[in-house]
Design a protein around this ligand. Structure first.
Ligand code: TRP
Ligand code: ZN
Length: 876
């Protein structure tokens, strides 16, 4: 068998044949579903009349094939595992085919499969080819008419995209429903759902006065967990009208929740299919973070109706066209709905940890890759989150009003088309006259740019000289990088006044907060009329996805922490201050020197805790130390034990020094109000629980009692889970074990809560975790076929840095064993799960060797193209 081969962006050719209309009939059966397709096909005007028709098709059993009503003879077509070739076809014709597929044995969860007995589909990116023979590419757009036939008892509900146009009873207890979607769409947006589902209904009146029926379909026991998703959907619909002028375009919008799903959710036209974890919430089962996640994902999928569906991607290299834009849109929606600064802090904090790590590893790629083997491997943080950062930079470069005009032009000009990133950026340039030529490099260059900044105050002339130097490190396949256009939002904060000074650059007054443009390798900016010595506040609101180094002193950072007018940079100053202290402690740990706590960090925290800061949500973020994963990102070689020890030392030192303050904050933020996922309540709970985290760092008796009471009160899952986590992660097994047991028994029937139960246990720092993982893999609530379970147990274990990276290599072996098993069942999830092993270059030599050994062992297996691509890159 030969290795899977990549496809290249530069090889793009428009489709030789278009499908203008698609009719499908599904006769459902778990092991033998029949799919009849009737495709209206037209040869592209520029296609040679001899060109064969090539259709994708995988895991299909062909039953029959006809053109314009006549069977295609056996010699007139060729069939491989991947394509159906028909040599001689007319200019326009009807192709009819019938195939058989087996949804019940589909463990890859691509194409048509069953989840808990419910038939559902996942076609993005290339799943439709597992349903029928078809040109499975996004630039082939057709109208669809779909008939679904099922058992009236086991599949009372039969759904597909668009509007229901017919239904009826058939023989043998069967019934059918027919759906029509008037909007031409690529087949990756096709969806079908059939099963015993129950609906919650609501409606939305659009800005032009049309009434849209909203339906949320779930299993009966989940009917009480839909309120928040429905409310989020309505807010998202209103927001997209107000903010982007985008109105919904069908009379019906449906969301379905299923338990087995590879990702968060899918934007199928009019029929979004969701991972149940991304829809279902109830105060007693879902945390604040889960509520916010649901709101964001519901909005994300809804926003795709325009950014993705009405205007779609020409090819999968353009994936960030729809994903980067849509993530940016959902981030802004969540910022508007909740606390904007906290949303930004959380997004950037995640981005700098996870996307920076991806950019620094062997699978680094630009937000528009130029080749891939398996497109599902490219649903990455780079495509999604860095893509969103690049759209955000465009918004900032143009200003909101021009950006909105560019967006309007894009939706109007390309409605119903499959387009490219150039088309999008072109609209932005056209409406604004901003030259985005150099900016386009963000789309093609991988890696995280690093900026070295230096500043000097010239007292004599009242000038501040800022020198910025950029470099982007080499990434696989891209040795040399060109300078990028990097917008840097900044201010100069006067050390005497504590105020932002007016920025005057080359005689031009820019105001007290301005954007400077770094476009060269190195640039010097001279600010004049600077009346007092300033501390620069750079990259405000994280104005570009870069690493910015500035030789701040701890005094500078303590000053910015309290005086910066930019909330994001106040938080970042605290993170930088903590990082300086952590760096010293990591070095002390490695050198076997006694650890000493930096009193400036303690004093900064004291100011925060006793000060007048009114935004509790931001305060909670400021009191949160950088995560072990983030700290690791800052080290040249990751020493997992030193990082853990240093961070714990800081947590404990702060708890000892500020115990009474933490107790006071904990007590002051108690509430008996009924749970609501409001920004105010969430802020209060976050702050209270951060305080409790510190108290439990020293296993303070009062803190332990708070945990016990909070757990037992069962007020809401946020508080219960936090208390249980702190207990399980402490050494108080006497209290933790019975609590964990009670929790597991109470929620044994609820898969989403059991996911949390798994994660809590395998994230603890104690050294028995590996054995726990092995034990829990046998637990009846665990299934390797369910992606949520794999993420909750195995994925969470791989995030448990000190235990996953055990020096005996058993953590790596366990992960590799699961990857090998999943490779056969669900290649998409297997390829994601292997990620931690691919980061081997970041560790010491002993661990490098152990990690590589496991990658080599995986490589010796007969691999899916998904896992092959990742492992191949990791070992290159
Ligand atoms: N388009 C989906 C989103 O952004 C992503 C998605 C859902 C997906 N399921 C998938 C991508 C399966 C690849 C494979 O929300
Ligand atoms: Zn998306």
């Amino acid at each position: 068998m030969s290795d899977p081969q990549p496809v290249y962006l530069s090889d793009y050719q428009p489709p030789a044949y278009q499908v203008t209309h698609t009719e499908l009939t599904f006769d459902l059966d778990p092991a033998a579903t029949r799919v009849k397709a009737r495709l209206q096909i037209e040869r592209h005007p520029s296609t040679d009349s001899q060109a064969p028709l090539v259709l994708n098709g995988e895991h299909l059993t062909l039953i029959s094939l006809a053109i314009d009503g006549s069977p295609v003879s056996d010699t007139a077509y060729q069939l491989t595992d991947e394509v159906l070739h028909i040599a001689d076809v007319p200019e326009t014709f009807i192709l009819e085919s019938e195939v058989e597929i087996s949804p019940s044995s589909n463990t890859a969860l691509e194409g048509l499969y069953q989840s808990n007995g419910i038939y559902c589909t996942q076609c993005e990116a290339e799943g439709f080819r597992r349903i029928t023979y078809y040109p499975d590419r996004p630039d082939v757009m057709a109208t669809f008419k779909v008939t679904v036939i099922g058992n009236a008892t086991s599949e009372p509900v039969l759904l597909a995209n668009g509007n229901p146009i017919d239904q009826g009873v058939l023989e043998n207890g069967r019934h059918f429903a027919t759906w029509e979607d008037p909007h031409p769409k690529p087949c990756y947006l096709f969806a079908l759902v059939a099963g015993n589902l129950h609906k919650v209904e609501d409606s939305f009146e659009t800005v032009s006065g049309r009434n849209v029926a909203l339906q949320l379909w779930v299993e009966q026991e989940n009917l009480d967990k839909t309120e928040h998703a429905m409310a989020s959907l309505k807010r998202a619909m209103a927001w997209d009208e107000q903010t982007y002028g985008r109105e919904y375009d069908l009379d019906l919008f449906m969301i379905v929740a299923v338990n087995d799903f590879n990702m968060g959710a899918m934007e199928n036209k009019g029929l979004n299919i969701f991972n149940s974890a991304a829809v279902l919430t109830h105060p007693s089962t879902a945390t604040d973070a889960a509520f916010q996640n649901v709101e964001g994902i519901v909005a994300h999928e809804y926003f795709h109706n325009w950014s993705g569906n009405r205007v779609t991607c020409r090819d999968w290299f353009q994936l960030s066209l729809k994903e980067g834009f849509t993530v940016f849109r959902d981030q802004c929606f969540s910022a508007d709905t909740n606390s904007a600064p906290v949303k930004r802090i959380q997004d950037v904090s995640f981005f700098r940890t996870a996307q920076f790590a991806e950019d620094a590893g062997p699978t680094a790629h630009p937000i528009r890759p130029d080749h891939f083997i398996e497109i599902t491997n490219f649903y990455t943080l780079t495509i999604y989150e860095k893509g969103a950062e690049v759209v955000r930079m465009l918004r900032n470069l143009l200003g909101w009003e021009d950006f909105r005009r560019g967006s309007d032009l894009y939706f109007e000009r390309f409605d119903g088309q499959a387009v490219t990133i150039e088309d999008f950026v072109g609209c932005m340039a056209e409406v604004s006259d901003v030259d985005l030529g150099q900016f386009m490099r963000w789309y093609s260059q991988a890696g995280t740019p690093e900026i070295d900044a230096h500043g000097e105050y010239d007292y004599a002339h009242g000038e501040y000289h800022l020198t910025l130097r950029q470099r982007t490190p080499a990434t696989p396949g891209q040795a040399d990088k060109l300078p990028l256009h990097i917008p840097i939002r900044m201010g100069l904060v006067g050390t005497k006044s504590g105020q932002d000074l007016t920025l005057t650059l080359s005689g031009e007054k820019l105001g007290s907060d301005a954007v400077i443009h770094l476009t060269e390798d190195e640039q010097r900016f001279v600010f004049s009329d600077v009346a007092e010595a300033p501390v620069p506040s750079l990259l405000r609101d994280f104005s570009a996805p870069v690493k910015l180094h500035f030789p701040y002193s701890r005094e500078d950072l303590a000053f910015l922490l309290t005086h910066d007018s930019d909330g994001f940079n106040r938080w970042d100053a605290g993170q930088r201050l903590a990082m300086l202290a952590l760096d010293d402690l990591i070095a002390a740990h490695r050198n076997g020197v006694e650890k000493v706590m930096d009193s400036r960090v303690v004093e900064a925290f004291r100011v925060l805790l006793t000060g007048s800061m009114s935004d509790k949500a931001v305060l909670a973020e400021m009191l949160t130390l950088p995560s072990e994963a983030y700290i690791a990102e800052q080290q040249p070689i990751v020493d997992v034990d030193a990082i853990h020890a240093a961070r714990e030392f800081v947590r404990q030192s702060l708890a000892v020094a500020l115990r009474d303050e933490f107790v006071a904050v904990y007590k002051a933020n108690q509430s008996d109000d009924p749970y609501a996922p409001t920004p105010e309540q969430i802020a209060q709970r976050s702050l209270k629980n951060v305080a409790l985290t510190y108290l439990m760092a020293i296993e303070d008796e009062e803190g332990v009692a708070f945990c016990e009471t909070q757990f037992a009160a069962e007020h809401n899952m946020t508080d219960v889970r936090h208390a249980l986590t702190l207990l399980v992660h402490s050494n108080r097994d006497d209290i933790a074990s019975p609590a964990l047991k009670a929790f597991g028994e109470k929620w044994a029937h609820d898969p989403l809560v059991m996911d949390q139960w798994f994660t809590i246990q395998v994230s603890r720092p104690q050294s028995d975790v590996l054995e726990r993982v092995q034990y829990l893999m046998q637990h009846p609530a665990f299934s390797i076929k369910n992606p949520n379970k794999v993420r909750a147990l195995i994925g969470a274990f791989a995030q448990n840095r000190i235990n996953f990276h055990r020096l005996d290599g058993k953590g790596y072996t366990l992960l590799a064993d699961v990857v090998i098993e999943l490779n056969r069942l669900n290649p998409e999830i297997a390829a994601r799960l292997v990620t931690p092993l691919t980061r081997w270059q970041r560790f010491d030599e002993e661990r490098q060797q152990l990690m590589r050994d496991e990658l080599v062992r995986i490589k010796q297996e007969p691999l899916s193209s998904n896992v092959f691509e990742v492992v191949e890159k990791a070992l290159a």
